[in-house]
Structure formats: C-alpha cells, structure tokens
Design a protein. Structure first.
Length: 134
C-alpha cells in the first residue's frame, strides 16, 4: 500500500539565488551544494542539512521541470502558508536572528513542550522553526 514517509524537500523560486542561499546558510546553517554532479549552481542550488539531506531546492524561474516553471515569482502561493523545520538551539537561534537583523516572532505551546520561532525568508516564505528538546 502506498505510504508517504516524510516531506522530501521544499522548492522556492527566487530572482536572487545567491542571496536566498546565503539566508538559508546563515540562518539555518544549511550547506549549498549541486544536486548532482555537473548540475551547476548558476540557476539552481540545493540546501543540505548536517545529515546530508537536501531540504530546500532553490532555483531561478524557468529552471525546474515542473509545468509551472515559468510562473512569475510573486507573493501569492495560494493556500500555502509556511514550512516547518525541527530544530535545536532555541536561544542561539534567537541570538543569530537578532545579530543578522532578521525580524522574527516567538511563541511557546506549553501543552506540547514546544517553542517556535517564525521568520520570513527573502522571497516571502514563512519559516516555522520548532524546538522541542531545549
């Protein structure tokens, strides 16, 4: 029986590939890499976590194979609201966001033992950073 095991990655179209990659590297410490040998990074960058998983796929419009690859970059993503990441180091993340000058907001959900930080990446995608262990 078909089963979804996990979210594989998120794709973000951006007119500023280098700046967006820098945001994900600076804020979330994701590493920019080629998705496969010879793919190049002029029009597409994959951002990998410390375990080597590709989490965020960044590309300039017109690069992907999707049917809507040429859709203009804009603020309207339909019903899509945010992307959530499981994180560690809540206080260090607050300090990093403050140091880098990225506006953010926080909330605590006592019943779940969860602290959250919300920050918007350069293309307007809201990121929810979830901290359960610290």
């Amino acid at each position: 029986m078909p089963t979804v095991k996990a979210l594989d990655h998120v794709n973000i179209h951006t007119p500023d590939l280098a700046g967006t990659a820098r945001f994900f590297a600076d804020v979330l410490e994701l590493e920019p890499r080629e998705p496969f040998p010879g793919a190049g990074t002029e029009r597409m960058v994959w951002m990998f976590d410390a375990a080597g998983r590709p989490l965020v796929h960044l590309n300039v419009p017109g690069t992907t194979f999707a049917e809507d690859a040429d859709r203009a970059v804009g603020r309207d993503t339909g019903a899509f609201n945010h992307v959530a990441f499981e994180c560690e180091g809540h206080d260090a993340m607050i300090a990093r966001l403050d140091r880098l000058g990225h506006p953010h907001r926080s909330r605590k959900i006592e019943g779940l033992g969860l602290r959250q930080i919300f920050v918007t990446e350069p293309n307007g995608v809201l990121l929810e950073l979830n901290f359960r262990s610290d």
